[in-house]
Design a protein around this ligand. Structure first.
Ligand code: HEC
Length: 278
């Protein structure tokens, strides 16, 4: 009896830690991306993905089908499954989100020849079904907002997260022209506070370069709107990698609950048996 009790306690603890670890997003470092405060470099911003936000997933799917599917397939997924999961009526989905002669039951593939695209972009655009698992949603989100104008590159753009990337900035119309700029930021003293001039008491500044700044009036969306759009897009790609996440998490809670109740029951049983021994 004691061993049954021990086994259930151990399995509860293991299950808890396994599910906890699965939840921890595998964030990848973000290259030369400089956070808005200028204090961290190479750290990704948080995409705050939410698999239960269906409206966000729908908006993300719409952007994906219009701006990304030209080059990136989602070949492990079918249109039909996506339209059902995202609660988009089949006829509406077929009409607005499927291009060419593809059918609802088809895998989300593309017609582009990978050899040709390698010649065009220097690299073949990868399939993105499992991208969020590979790079992590935070990486994707930060990558998508880190394109900036760079005349030295063949396509006129570069990327802070993925230096010398071969991908054109597809969302430039929405975001507008973004540049890598220098800014004066408060100098930080060794004790972590803001440095001041010892004589005048005035705050001291240093120049730091590599900040991203959008030129006003060049995009169709405001900064906040654009941010929301790429959050939606990232949310959609996170769903792609793990379409069962929502179900799995609810199921996980029940499994843990079951193990917990089982542990209590076996403990009570253990006490009951022990009584008889004396
Ligand atoms: C015109 C073709 C084209 C379009 C359209 C396009 N991409 Fe790309 N993308 C590429 C190419 C080419 C690469 C590979 C770049 C490299 O390795 O240098 C790439 C790379 C990526 C990567 C990084 C892959 C990796 O892990 O190395 C992500 C993420 C990505 N694209 C997302 C998107 C999203 C989201 C959209 C829609 C907004 C999009 N792309 C639209 C061509 C495209």
């Amino acid at each position: 009896m004691k061993s049954a009790l021990l086994a259930s306690i151990v399995s509860f603890i293991i299950a808890f830690f396994v599910s906890y670890n699965l939840n921890a997003a595998s964030g990848a470092p973000c290259g030369n991306y400089l956070s808005e405060s200028g204090l961290t470099k190479g750290q990704c911003d948080s995409a705050e993905v939410d698999p239960t936000d269906i409206a966000s997933l729908q908006r993300g799917a719409q952007i994906y089908m219009n701006y990304c599917l030209g080059c990136h397939s989602l070949k492990y997924a079918r249109y039909k499954r996506v339209s059902e999961d995202l609660e988009i009526p089949l006829d509406m989905f077929q009409e607005n989100l499927i291009f060419g002669d593809q059918k609802l039951g088809d895998l989300i593939s593309i017609g582009m020849d990978s050899k040709e695209s390698k010649v065009w972009f220097g690299n073949t655009p990868p399939d993105l079904t499992l991208e969020a698992g590979l790079r992590g949603p935070d990486w994707i989100y930060t990558y998508l907002k880190s394109f900036y104008m760079d005349d030295s590159r063949p396509l006129g753009v570069n990327n802070k997260v993925y230096e010398n990337v071969g991908m054109p900035n597809m969302l430039i119309g929405m975001q507008g022209e973004q540049f890598s700029v220098c800014k004066q930021i408060p100098e930080i003293a060794s004790n972590g506070g803001i440095k001041q001039d010892p004589l005048t008491g005035e705050q001291l500044f240093v120049e730091k370069c590599g900040f991203l700044e959008v030129k006003k009036g060049t995009g169709t969306k405001t900064l906040e709107e654009f941010d929301q759009s790429i959050k939606d897009l990232t949310n959609f790609l996170a769903y792609m990698t793990d379409p069962m996440k929502k179900e799995r998490e609810t199921l996980g809670v029940y499994v843990l609950l079951y193990l917990f109740i089982f542990t209590i029951l076996s403990y009570l049983l253990y006490i009951e048996f022990k009584k008889d021994l004396h």
